[in-house]
Design a protein around this ligand. Structure first.
Ligand code: 13P
Length: 246
């Protein structure tokens, strides 16, 4: 069993002051978690330094919400791996459905980001997932297989997380059935061809469904959006399947 990775993607939420206040409430609630799980927070770029300071010595890890494939250059709005490493960032989300949708990110670009991240020593959290229309058209498996094959080309699967995030379940309150999420995560594992790869599920994860999701054989963690903004709720998620959870 690989170590579970419970990650909170804050998206475009949290000022530095809010991040500090989150950490103050959250850290005491997750100070005694078992060693079978890692808790990761992905704040917006502006709050990374603040959160790095607040999390120092806590055992929690930091992620960024993106990374560029070049080390530096004329790439307005982008961020490099070295800039993130300087703040102790360990993971980076790439290929999230929001940049795929709003900025037309391609599988090739996502692959370049993930490769640069690995080359620099960051662990990419590479997101894949089908839209509602694709699901309705029974294209889920074809779409995800393409995203996996193109997105993961040339990557080392032992230093990578794949997050299955069905787009229709993101921010909608509609969670994918745990058994269906598990089935797709199992397919992803087979397509990657590396049984030990860490595979997360994301999409309306909350305190009410975390235990069932984490009980699935092919789900090794979760990528949580909205529910990671509340320290008590996210501590409950991080404390999944523990009787003492908040
Ligand atoms: P929600 O948990 O808000 O549905 O968001 C999921 C997500 O996009 C995490 O990256």
């Amino acid at each position: 069993m690989v170590k579970a990775v419970i990650a909170g993607n804050w998206k475009m939420h949290m000022t530095c002051a809010e991040a500090r206040s989150f950490a103050q409430s959250f850290l005491p609630l997750v100070s005694n978690l078992p060693a079978d799980r890692t808790v990761v927070l992905a704040p917006p770029f502006t709050a990374i330094a603040t959160l790095a300071e607040a999390l120092a010595g806590s055992g929690l890890a930091l992620a960024s919400q993106n990374v560029h494939w070049e080390g530096n250059g004329a790439y307005t709005s982008e961020i490099s791996a070295a800039m993130l490493l300087e703040h102790g960032v360990a993971y980076t989300i790439v290929g999230h459905s929001e940049p795929r949708k709003y900025y037309s990110e391609s599988d090739e670009q996502i692959n370049r980001r993930a490769r640069a991240a690995q080359d620099a020593g960051l662990i990419p959290i590479l997101c894949v997932g089908e839209s509602d229309d694709q699901r309705e058209a029974a294209e889920t498996e074809r779409v995800i297989r393409r995203q996996v094959e193109q997105g993961l080309e040339g990557l080392d699967p032992s230093r990578l997380i794949v997050a299955y995030e069905p787009i229709w379940a993101i921010g909608t309150g509609k969670t994918c059935e745990a058994s269906e999420a598990n089935r797709i995560c199992g397919l992803i594992r087979a397509w990657v061809g590396f049984p030990e790869i860490t595979i997360q599920y994301g999409g309306s994860v909350k305190a009410e469904n975390i235990d069932q999701l984490m009980a699935q054989s092919d789900i090794d963690g979760v990528l949580v959006g909205g529910a990671s903004l509340d320290p008590v709720g996210f501590a409950r998620i991080a404390g999944y399947q523990l009787a003492v959870a908040a």
